[in-house]
Design a protein around this ligand. Structure first.
Ligand SMILES: [Zn+2]
Length: 502
């Protein structure tokens, strides 16, 4: 790193404390954009500026003081509907400072940075107002649903972004029967994965799409980034021209496409308002010179790729036994959805919809839940190995608490805890050898590995054996025999077996 690069980096870091030293300017325009979880204001400036930004409460306001600046703008052309802003006003102060005041409906978490001119725009000041609480009438695309999991006691939750492949006018693969649609399977498994992770203390899943609509591929990692995701998991189902192809494939964030995307990102500075470091901080690439930015992005990229491989491997290990594994190593492919330099990202192809047996299985609620539980387990194994700093999981690990435990808090009762984690009271008592329902504050309960999964069915295909099927559903042969009242291991093609819940 050269002397001047180092100096510029220092300047850019100063910017993080939201102070820059440059010239006088005019605020020429303001643009606003409402996202599911924040409102972005972009002030168009005639030159680079020094500014400070601070919040006031009672009533809630955000104040932006721009040094030696002026404006003839009245800021009244904006529609503040569904934003936390009530009004914007401005005034010039005695010391030549232009003060812009945002009158707010509710307090926000502000974040700000400046952008250098690009082909389309001049100098800009970007102010993001992150909602402290979900806004009632905000469009929900990255909602988190109702949190029922216990609070993390101030320790941060690990955010897992779940991207259900396809949706809306894009059905994805069509099944062997011409009817099954990938978009529905991916959404069902994604929902099950969401519920599973949500029930685990220390995890906060986020759905990239929550219904039958399409979210652009390049928007998906952006939504994850905005949610400060620690991991991005895309769920898909495969297609092949013959019906024999089968099994799960796990893909990890790949290098070549991401490298191309990174150079493009750095050269187009308007994208640079994207955050670099969805996990770590609020470094906007635009604050850095191209060479520094590209270096930072590449470093981040190398880390993300390595982490993607590890996470993918844990998920693959966890899926082994639930279903057939097509490739026993995590694959790296140039998939557009896996292109975040800053978020470890994996994609799970959960099976082939062109294979009748896999398609039927993928279409049952029981199997979808098993698949989701195994993916969740892989995710949790990965994070328990290297928990992000400041998270509940990091704290659990430091204190020797294994995932799948819950520490009793004041006011808890056993049946509530059971319900919260999708367990029956009997299961919870059994796994903790409890004779009564009495629990004490601080007592550590272990949560049985798998929530009860409803019984499902399995139609026998040519060549399958009872022990293979038992293994597939992680049950014993005697259990499988008992559930189907079989006196021996003989089974027939087309016969339907009942799969007991775990
Ligand atoms: Zn797909």
């Amino acid at each position: 790193m050269s002397q001047s690069t180092a100096t510029r980096l220092t300047v850019s870091l100063l910017l993080l404390s939201q102070i820059i030293r440059l010239h006088a300017a005019e605020v020429r325009d303001v643009r606003m954009w409402r996202a599911p979880d924040h409102t972005r204001l972009v002030f168009d400036l005639s030159a680079a500026v020094d500014y400070t930004l601070f919040s006031l409460d009672n009533p809630d306001r955000l104040v932006i003081d721009i040094d030696t600046s002026a404006t003839s703008q009245r800021f009244n052309g904006l529609d503040f509907t569904s934003s936390p802003i009530r009004a914007i006003r401005s005034g010039e102060r005695d010391d030549d400072t232009l003060r812009i005041v945002l009158d707010l409906e509710t307090a926000v978490d502000p974040s700000s940075f400046t952008l250098a001119p690009n082909s389309e725009f001049g100098n800009r000041l970007v102010v993001d107002l992150y909602d402290k609480e979900p806004r009632p009438n905000a469009a929900v695309t990255a909602g988190t649903g109702n949190r029922s999991a216990p609070q993390s006691d101030g320790r941060r939750e690990i955010v897992v972004a779940i991207s259900a492949g396809h949706g809306g006018e894009d059905p994805g693969s069509i099944g062997y029967d011409g009817r099954l649609k990938e978009k529905n399977i991916t959404l069902a498994i994604s929902r099950a994965l969401f519920n599973r992770l949500q029930s685990m203390p220390g995890y906060k899943p986020v759905m990239i799409r929550e219904g039958d609509y399409y979210v652009e591929l390049k928007r998906r990692p952006e939504i994850a980034r905005r949610s400060r995701a620690d991991l991005f998991v895309a769920i898909h189902a495969d297609w092949y021209r013959n019906s024999r192809a089968r099994g799960v494939t796990v893909y990890a964030l790949s290098g070549d496409r991401a490298d191309r995307e990174n150079s493009a990102r750095v050269s187009q500075k308007e994208n640079s308002s994207d955050l670099l470091g969805g996990v770590g901080g609020d470094l906007a690439i635009g604050n850095f010179d191209d060479d520094v930015a590209l270096t930072l992005v590449s470093l981040q990229m190398a880390w993300s790729m390595e982490q993607s491989l590890v996470a993918g491997t844990r998920i693959l290990e966890s899926l082994d036994g639930i279903t057939r594994i097509r490739k026993d190593k995590v694959q790296q492919a140039s998939l557009q959805v896996l292109n975040s330099p800053d978020i470890p990202s994996i994609l799970v192809e959960t099976g082939y919809l062109t294979n009748p047996e896999e398609a039927q299985r993928l279409n049952t609620r029981g199997f979808q839940q098993r698949m989701a539980a195994a993916i969740a387990q892989g995710v949790m194994n990965y994070f328990y190995e290297t928990p992000p700093e400041g998270t509940l999981v990091a704290w659990q690990k430091a204190n020797g608490i294994t995932p799948g435990t819950y520490t009793v808090k004041r006011g808890d009762n056993l049946s509530e805890i059971a319900e919260r984690f999708g367990l029956s009271l009997a299961q919870l008592k059994a796994s903790n050898s409890l004779q009564s329902d009495t629990i004490q504050v601080g007592q550590v309960l272990s949560l049985p590995g798998a929530a009860p999964i409803p019984a499902s069915e399995h139609t026998i295909s040519r060549g399958e054996t009872l022990s293979e099927i038992a293994q597939l559903y992680r049950i014993s042969v005697p259990e499988l025999r008992a559930a189907n009242k079989l006196s021996n291991d003989r089974i027939m093609v087309g016969q339907i077996l009942k799969i007991p819940s775990l």
